[in-house]
Design a protein around this ligand. Sequence first.
Ligand code: 2P0
Length: 395
Amino acid sequence: MQCVTCSAPVNIAVIKYWGKRDETLILPANSSVSVTLHQDQLQAQTSVAASCHFEKDRIWLNGQEQSIDNPRIQNVIKEIKRRARKQKAGNRDNAAEKLNWKIHICSKNNFPTAAGLASSAAGYACLVYALQCLYQIDGDITAIARRGSGSACRSVHGGFVMWDKGQKHDGTDSIARQIQPHTHWSDLRVLILVVNEQKKHTGSTEGMQVTMETSELLKERIQSLPNKTEQITQAICDRDFKTFAEITMKDSNQMHACCLDTYPPISYLTDVSRRIIQLVHCFNRKYQEVKVGYTFDAGPNACLFLLKKDVQKFLHLVKHFFPPTREDKDFIRGNTAELMETESDDSEEDLSYFPFDPMDDSLKYIIYTMPGPGPQELPSDQSLLDEDGLPRKRS
Ligand code: 2P0
């Protein structure tokens, strides 16, 4: 049996992918830009084992065995094997034999799926990266990750990433590339405000399809995006926070406007999301500077960008306006060690500047994180599969 174990990150789009030009190949209607988040806080882990003794391909996700017949998983495996065969054709390496062995896949996230974060992006990026390591494939794998889930191709790289929509019908040029590594902008920070809500939302795949079919506004959006995409790429390269945050907020607002323009309409934002937006604008107005930017995906959770120096001040306000009802030591998660180091914020905020009341119990928790690197291969002692290729039971 041969086994590899890898980890992959979550990414948050600042220019959103919303609409496909090809449903089967998962080709986007527009190019998108994202920030890869640090794996210390949010990551998927996947072990893939191949053995001549396995009877069939099997997959376990977060402890539950799932059907391997999911077409997206099948497409990913098929594409990886096709590439591997092509590359092995020239040499007599007996690794080619491994391609006929059945595989076992075991994957888990280190964050609750309930957090409503893009777990499929991290999951598919991790699966494709692990298969690449197992079969020792060279070259771009983002186009293969894309076949699992569009946004997954961006999680194959760390830092700041652009997914090119591409022009070709076969999608071979619809790939993701790194704009800058995570180390490029070392004081950029991220707060994820996980909203307390049980409601099931329209899935992104279905949502973006109906928007594509019915929204006039989306057509306008697609026309105007190349310009914005170029501007935000430049802002990232220049570490120009104001431009970066403004384009991020406007793009999120526009994506959600297109969702409302969908027929029947789709609304992902809730009163809590809208209050977060209000708080950010109020805060920026008070300081007469764009200090915080927000973006929302296909759900009510907010992803906020800000600089390290402003985190304490803003977090103080978040805790005031979105307090947990009970004392909760776990309310702020993630890189809390850094928060301890920078705890000394002396100036008292004038709360009367913010014309609204606190919303009790509206957030589940807050995750404090930052941009981070791409997928990694992990040591074999971190394997999720045991020596028989079955999910390891952890005590
Ligand atoms: C994004 N989202 O750019 C946008 C913004 C959600 C909101 O990519 O159908 O799960 O698998 O390609 O990648 C979520 O869509 O959709 C997404 P499929 P995916 O991050």
